[in-house]
Design a protein around this ligand. Structure first.
Ligand code: HMG
Ligand code: MG
Length: 308
């Protein structure tokens, strides 16, 4: 495909792949550990350099990822690839450190409703839970990302004021995190809202050099919102191979922005990602076969033979 650039976009985008974590945490069936390991390995072979691999959360809360230790035990880890994992508390950090993890992500909520459902805590209590995690992680030399979920809307509370998101985001970043990922957990956001939030975060001192965007595609807005974020200066974009995903504690969440749809757009714009689209599509088709249903990614569908 011939690339046709647009002004005001970065030359290069880092894709933060979340399929193995955000995607597989939402599957009804638990995917066998060998399949997970092959999935992550194939994603790395397709050129993805940051792959959120699993979560060290309570195994009863997310049974789909209860095999985190087992997976990291069998996964051949390449030196050029980063394998961040979700860590909610000190118990999770202990498990991550025991497994040689060097990048972690804490995950806060802009709303009380989701903090309660996802973390069994108020927003204040969850920040208290995260503080020693970030402090200890940094002392151990780990890189720490913070998510702020429900940043563009909440299924129980409806609209979430930008000021409320900025306030929680600032408190998360003040703990000492290096990157903030803006979570549109239920995919309701639209490009003007995304732009306004990024501007408000910038005004509060969280510049685009420290931002990532994490869009679920429930309302078909993820790609448009991503373009808005890129135009606002963001260069790190979360996506999920094949469009797998959701959140077990937010029923209205569907899959994330499919990585293939993102790569197709960025290829067309001449923005470098380092990802081989054909290998990625082949990986998602293989994974769809393992899961027993077609990938929701439009690009995976378009590039797959009709017989499949
Ligand atoms: P809790 O029940 O309040 O836990 O859950 P607790 O602190 O009271 O501890 C209770 C017991 O659990 C203790 O055991 C702990 O040791 C154990 P006991 O002493 O009774 O024998 N425990 C653990 N065991 C293993 N690993 C741990 C751990 N922590 C405690 N890490 C907790 C609080 C935070 C643990 C729980 O709410 C939880 O695990 N939540 C995770 C929910 C989750 O993973 N959600 C999906 C990810 S978020 C998401 O998808 C959004 C995102 O994609 C961005 C977006 O889209 O917006 C990131
Ligand atoms: Mg998510």
């Amino acid at each position: 495909m011939m690339a046709t650039p647009l002004p005001g976009l970065p030359d290069r985008v880092t894709i933060y792949e979340v399929g193995p974590r955000d995607g597989l945490q939402n599957e009804k069936a638990v995917v066998p550990v060998e399949v997970k390991s092959e999935f992550v390995t194939r994603l790395a072979a397709a050129g993805l350099t940051t792959i959120e691999t699993t979560s060290f959360v309570h195994p009863k809360w997310v049974p789909q990822l209860a095999d985190a230790e087992e997976l990291l035990g069998v996964l051949p880890r390449s030196g050029d690839v980063r394998y961040p994992v979700l860590v909610p508390n000190e118990r999770g950090l202990d498990r991550a450190l025991a497994n040689g993890i060097t990048e972690i992500a804490i995950f806060g909520s802009a709303t009380e409703s989701f903090a309660r459902r996802n973390l069994n805590r108020t927003v204040d209590e969850s920040l208290k839970m995260f503080a020693p995690v970030v402090e200890r992680a940094r002392a151990e030399g780990l890189w720490v990302r913070a998510y702020v979920s429900m940043a563009l809307g909440d299924p129980w509370e409806g609209d979430v004021p930008i000021g409320q998101v900025v306030s929680v985001a600032s408190r998360l970043m003040d703990l000492g995190c290096s990157q903030l990922s803006i979570g549109d957990t239920i995919g309701v956001g639209t490009p003007g809202h995304v732009t306004a939030l990024i501007e408000a975060l910038g005004a509060a001192g969280i510049g685009t050099d420290r931002l990532a965007v994490h869009f679920h595609d429930t309302y078909g807005q993820a790609l448009a919102n991503t373009l808005a974020a890129l135009r606002a200066g963001v260069t790190v974009v979360d996506a999920s191979a094949g469009g797998l995903g959701g959140c077990p504690y937010a029923e209205s969440a569907t899959g994330n922005l499919p990585t293939e749809d993102l790569v197709w757009m960025l290829n067309g714009l001449g923005v470098e990602t380092g990802v081989d689209l054909d290998e990625l599509v082949a990986t998602s088709r293989w994974m769809a076969g393992r899961l027993g249903r077609p990938s929701p990614s439009r690009v995976v569908q378009a590039l797959s033979p009709e017989s499949e």
